[in-house]
Design a protein around this ligand. Structure first.
Ligand code: HEM
Length: 521
């Protein structure tokens, strides 16, 4: 008995020594790993930046126009700057060279998107594209969008629809007599309406009274672009100090009710259509039925989230480019005349512009580039997030840092654009082969660049070119009440996208020899 007890005690002691030895080894390894990380971090310093407050960090330094506040800070701290938004380390990138490092050289590391509190409402729990984190899900959805929705074939498929809608825009101005009576019209409202209608027809196959998606799109953009304290100071999230959540919940519920009905109608109609695809919903429903996605269980929520992304991404962006270009041309009547002279030479005065004319309108295309340089519609892109620790130019950037690329500053960089960078001068593009995604030393990137760049760029550009060309070809425009072009208000309003703070009102007068619209040609 005693012997037995002694044996058990010896076995227990041996087991204990093993446990102690293992625990000590684990502890020493853990301490060594931590020491190595500390050492690594000590060697690599964070990029320079302003000191922040406890908890809030630098949030208090950002006002209604955060791109301008960040611009001023970057003038002091340089093109790779570190700030803290609440508890979140944030890197602000503000020069073409720095943008190339983040969006090209190390694109893979910076292709993440931060998870935001509102994603439950604005993207059905990150089931769309724009707010999905980097990984197999995002890759599969991105492939769907680029191969099935925003292809050249789809852009072509909707050409007749765009012709009809933009032709209708001209008719409204003429038929309502504004051009004849020399009455001012609200150009911003007209452009917003035509882009909305084109988007609805492309996504849903029609436009009807149920589609009042503008309010939810505004809420989505406000939530995604606004600086929601809960996203930066997680322990404050449950308190919703800015009162954003109830607004968001209501908007997303309204959207869901309408979109559910529209999808159900499409499912019913599909049976009678014999598989004929009319719009984006049809495309996605056929993918849902074929069950062909490898990584993704593709269901109705995925379709809804993608639709919400497309509406958010397509409606405000093109409208803002047209509005800013129109405003710059009103401010520079000589440049407006050059665009109109080009239209007269290329298209003639006996017919309206067709999409086949667009590639020949070189000067108009330079005007659009110059507009997007000075007035990028997403001045801070959509925030990116680093997916691992990385050291760039000797600066340590921790995993899960938010990365903001200030395209607004890049478009004004005097080293890239010379001393007249603040001037609106489309001629600066003469003889320079520069695309919109950084082909020329990353100077012009209004659609971003790399993996997360805009997949709808071609579609957006066609819409912008067509609307601008048609409005400038069919009408001469002047400001009402004898206002001087240099008095035109050019203030900005930030809501993830950057709109004009005030609407554009101007007086049209008809320019073509005959009234040939979509109905008569
Ligand atoms: C002139 C019009 C447009 C401009 C200036 C524009 C600009 C942008 C920008 C700056 C981004 C973010 C890039 C980044 O974070 O690095 C983006 C993303 C996106 N855009 Fe556009 N866009 C336009 C039109 C469109 C259109 C017409 C569509 C679809 C019909 C679209 C769909 C998207 C989507 C889905 C994303 C998210 C991509 C992702 O996260 O993978 N955009 N766009």
């Amino acid at each position: 008995m005693r012997k037995n007890n002694t044996n058990t005690t010896t076995t227990t002691m041996a087991a204990n020594s093993w446990i102690i030895a293992l625990a000590s080894t684990a502890l020493i390894t853990a301490v060594m790993i931590i020491m190595m990380r500390i050492k690594k971090h000590k060697r690599a310093v964070l990029p320079p930046g302003p000191r922040g407050l406890p908890i809030l960090g630098n949030l208090h330094m950002l006002g209604d126009l955060p791109h301008q506040d960040l611009h001023k800070l970057s003038q002091k701290y340089g093109p790779i700057m570190h700030i803290r938004l609440g508890l979140v380390p944030t890197i602000v990138v503000s020069s073409p060279k720095a943008a190339e490092l983040f969006l090209k050289t190390h694109d893979l590391v910076f292709s993440g998107r931060p998870s935001i509190q509102g994603s439950k409402y604005i993207s059905y729990g990150r089931k769309g594209l724009a707010f999905a984190g980097y990984g197999p899900y995002w890759r599969e959805i991105r492939k769907l969008c680029t191969l099935e929705l925003f292809t050249s074939a789809k852009i072509e498929m909707f050409r007749a629809m765009r012709r009809e809608e933009v032709g209708g825009l001209v008719e409204v101005v003429v038929v309502k007599g504004a051009a004849e009576d020399r009455r001012a019209v609200c150009v911003s409202e007209m452009v917003e309406k035509v882009v909305e209608d084109m988007t609805y027809r492309m996504v849903f196959g029609g436009k009807d009274d149920r589609f009042h998606f503008r309010p939810i799109i505004n809420e989505v953009l406000a939530f995604a672009g606004g600086f929601n304290v809960g996203d930066y100071v997680p322990f404050l999230a449950p308190f919703d100090v800015q009162g954003l959540l109830p607004r968001m919940k209501a908007a997303s519920k309204n959207f869901d009710v309408v979109i559910e009905k529209i999808i159900e109608e499409h499912i019913k109609d599909a049976k009678e259509q014999n598989g004929q695809v009319r719009d984006f919903i049809d495309v996605m429903l056929s993918l849902m039925e074929s069950n062909s996605m490898k990584q993704v269980q593709f269901g109705k929520d995925n379709i809804k989230a993608i639709i919400l992304d497309v509406l958010g991404a397509a409606m405000d962006t093109s409208v803002n480019v047209v509005n800013w270009a129109f405003a710059e041309l009103l401010r520079h009547p000589k440049l407006m005349k050059r665009v109109q002279d080009e239209l007269r030479d290329v298209v003639g005065m006996d017919r309206m512009v067709e999409e086949t004319d667009l590639p020949k309108l070189n000067y108009l295309n330079m005007v659009i580039k110059e507009t997007m340089r000075l007035h990028p519609v997403a001045p801070l892109l959509i925030p990116h997030e680093s997916t691992e620790d990385i050291t760039i130019n000797g600066y340590f950037i921790p995993k899960k840092s938010r990365v903001i690329v200030n395209v607004w500053t890049i478009g004004r960089d005097p080293n890239a654009w010379s001393e007249d960078a603040e001037e609106f001068n489309p001629d600066r593009f003469i003889g320079i082969d520069m695309d919109f995604v950084g082909s020329h030393e990353f100077q012009l990137i209004p659609f971003g660049s790399g993996r997360r760049s805009c997949p709808g760029m071609q579609l957006g550009l066609v819409e912008v070119q067509l609307i601008l060309a048609q409005l400038l070809h069919c009408f001469n425009w002047e400001l009402p009440d004898g206002a001087s072009p240099c008095d035109l208000d050019m203030s900005e309003k930030f809501n993830l996208t950057m709109a004009r703070a005030s609407s554009l009102h101007c007086i049209p007068s008809y320019r073509l020899n005959t009234l040939k619209t979509s109905k008569t040609t």
